[in-house]
Design a protein around this ligand. Sequence first.
Ligand code: ZN
Length: 92
Amino acid sequence: MFFTGARVTMNATIVGGHTIGRYAFIGAGAVVTKDIPDYALVVGNPGRVTGWMCECGVKLAAGSKPPVHASCGACGTAYMSRDRQLIRTDSQ
Ligand SMILES: [Zn+2]
């Protein structure tokens, strides 16, 4: 299942019926073997979460865990982590 705004590049592979979160970004050549949380940036084989993306496509933070707080330098949208997911602070 693909949610609104998920971006899956050419050559990416989704193995099985995994869920790609809203606005997740799957990099070229990535092989997705598990569910991907919202806003996650995934690269590699097997695919790993290496960062977090704003809805506008700008990278918010690096790392496998969502940042406690982040705001986009391009559009100003603010995010926070909750239960290992990244959510918009205005969507609580
Ligand atoms: Zn943004």
